[in-house]
Design a protein around this ligand. Structure first.
Ligand SMILES: [Zn+2]
Length: 185
């Protein structure tokens, strides 16, 4: 059941503007910068996205200063640092929409499909391999990786004393780096 349809519509509408305009941008005006500095931030969504330089949530959703609380990590995987960031934004900034945004042609997913990485990268590819199991199709693996993160967030915050799960939407989507479109899962 969707609880915050207006917030989801706002992301979708932002992506539509991004697709329509050659250089869609959110409001990054000095006025808004000063106002949010003085009054604090009230982002309307939490976005967990890959660090890939082609995947820029503020651009993809035509968002400006103070609108999105963005967590970026290669492969959009989660561990306790990311969960702590989500917890902060949901409990203290009262974000009611949490979006895990995977993307096409993700290097982290490709590395996992190729058997995993070396060094610190292995922490990321191991998490992706846990998410995708036996799946070897890149697009299907990407979706499974997003769904795994969505399931983790739902599980970890199911009974959180400061985050009423009855108010939350925790969703997954995949951004197509070729077309610019966001596909909701
Ligand atoms: Zn990626």
């Amino acid at each position: 059941m969707i609880r915050n349809q207006a917030l989801i519509d706002r992301l979708s509408e932002g992506n539509r503007r991004f697709l329509d305009a050659a250089s869609a941008e959110g409001d990054v005006s000095p006025v808004l910068r000063r106002r949010t500095a003085a009054e604090g931030q009230t982002p309307y969504a939490i976005v967990i996205a890959c660090s890939d330089s082609r995947v820029i949530p503020e651009s993809i959703f035509s968002a400006g200063i103070g609108e999105l609380f963005v967590i970026r990590v290669a492969g959009n995987v989660l561990d306790n640092h990311q969960l702590g960031s989500i917890e902060y934004a949901a409990a203290h900034l009262h974000c009611k929409l949490i979006l895990v945004l995977g993307h096409t042609r993700c290097g982290a997913v490709s590395a996992a499909l190729s058997g995993g990485g070396d060094g610190f990268i292995r922490y990321i590819t191991d998490e992706i391999l846990t998410a995708i199991g036996e799946e070897r199709d890149p697009d299907a693996a990407c979706c499974l990786n997003v769904q795994h993160a969505v399931d983790t967030i739902r599980r970890e915050f199911a009974e959180h004393p400061e985050i009423p799960s009855a108010d939350l939407d925790i969703l997954g989507a995949v951004y197509d780096i070729a077309t610019g479109k966001v596909r909701w899962l």
